[in-house]
Design a binder for this molecule. Structure first.
Ligand code: OSB
Ligand code: MG
Length: 372
């Protein structure tokens, strides 16, 4: 395909309810929507970097700069026509995984639309319904956390994850487990602990957790392996797994038994599929993480989660768990059995509503390729 034009838009959307992790509390999200245009078709992607470098070192501003000064000029100069070619060419630039992923996703959507097939089909997806899950932030009190979880269970969510941090961990798990003895429950620390916390973290073995996600910071694969040796509960790595290589290293060191795949964190769908395939051949179950995406990013995640080794419930919730009004039509809904349907139309299979995108846009820029 000849890419004629690429567009970036910086958006701000407010959450329906604040979201607090071990990094702090947020009331909304700034993020970038990418578009790649060719022959009357438009592919959409989402850059999941946030305003501040908390989850990873990228921000919306670093991503914008890298896209504008390096990745977009590369597409036009090298006449890059598709996502896999883009992945290979973008490898020469170090880091900036979320910026790369955001543009690669738009190229994937464009390619699938040109072929007239859903993205999941291009990826080798085998599922049409995806087990949902909901990620619950830290609340002002345990009572409020329990009420929120009860409401999510009533809506039909089959799995709940709660965010933990020092001071909001054992007590929160004990209270949730007491009120919901049969709930499929997991926790996520976003790297808030350190090697000195091993004996404290071992207390979490008592609550029947499906997994403990990312107890230590991103670069501590070795310390995770020490913790995993001392715990019954499987550890799951999120922030630590940046590529197929780190997935293999985590596996070889015994740093985790489960991997969370996020397309933004690993630098695109091509790398995400490599991690998926590595894990499949080594019997490591994976699941699809989320970054509180708009419906555009979440539709991309649904197509990824259709791959066969996504064997655990995902951080994929309905549009109304995140936004008053999502950017897409129809919105993503929770269906019976606590599942979400993989959109069946070409590409991402959902329609971004341009008017809603415009209303949320703070800044935008159009990059024109040379014709012919
Ligand atoms: O660690 O999984 C995480 C949101 C922002 C940053 C990091 C994380 C999360 C979530 C949200 O847990 C999951 C979702 O999108 O539903
Ligand atoms: Mg996580």
């Amino acid at each position: 395909m000849h890419i004629e034009r690429i567009e970036l838009a910086l958006l701000k959307l407010d959450y329906v309810h604040f979201f607090e992790t071990s990094f702090g509390r947020e009331y909304g999200r700034t993020f970038i929507i990418t578009k790649a245009l060719s022959e009357g078709l438009c592919g959409y992607g989402e850059v999941v970097a946030s305003a501040a470098p908390l989850y990873s070192s990228e921000t919306t501003e670093t991503a914008w700069t890298i896209l504008k000064n390096f990745l977009i000029p590369m597409v036009f100069e090298k006449k890059i026509g598709g996502p896999e070619e883009f992945y290979r060419a973008a490898k020469k630039f170090r880091g900036h995984a979320m910026a790369k992923a955001g543009l690669e996703l738009a190229l994937w959507d464009l390619q699938a639309k040109a072929a007239g097939v859903p993205l999941s089909k291009l990826y080798g997806g085998t599922k049409t319904m995806i087990p949902a899950g909901v990620s619950c932030g830290i609340e002002d009190s345990i009572a409020e956390l329990l009420e929120r979880i009860a409401a999510f269970i009533d809506e039909g969510y089959p799995r709940v994850k709660i965010k933990i941090k020092p001071g909001w961990d054992v007590e929160a798990c004990a209270a949730v487990r007491k009120r919901f003895p049969n709930l499929v429950l997991q926790v996520d620390a976003n790297g808030a602990y350190g090697i000195d916390d091993i004996s404290h973290l071992k207390k979490l073995d008592g609550y029947g957790l499906l997994m403990i996600e990312q107890p230590f910071p991103p670069y501590d694969l070795w310390d995770h392996s020490r913790l995993q040796k001392e715990m019954r509960t499987p550890l799951c790595l999120d922030e630590s797994v940046l590529s197929e290589t780190t997935a293999r290293q985590a596996f070889e060191m015994g740093s985790c038994r489960i991997i969370n795949i996020k397309v933004g964190r690993v630098g695109g769908m091509t790398e995400a599929k490599k991690i998926h395939d590595f894990c499949q051949s080594h019997d490591i179950p994976v699941w699809c993480g989320g970054m509180l995406e708009s419906g555009i990013g979440r539709a991309h995640n649904l197509h990824l989660a259709a791959l066969p080794n996504f064997k655990l419930p995902n951080d994929l919730s309905a549009s109304n768990r995140y936004w008053k009004e999502d950017l897409i039509d129809p919105e993503i809904v929770l269906e019976k059995g606590g599942q979400i349907r993989v959109p069946g139309g070409p590409g991402i299979g959902v329609n971004p509503v341009e008017e809603r995108i415009r209303r949320a846009t703070l800044q935008n820029e159009v990059f024109q390729g040379n014709s012919g």
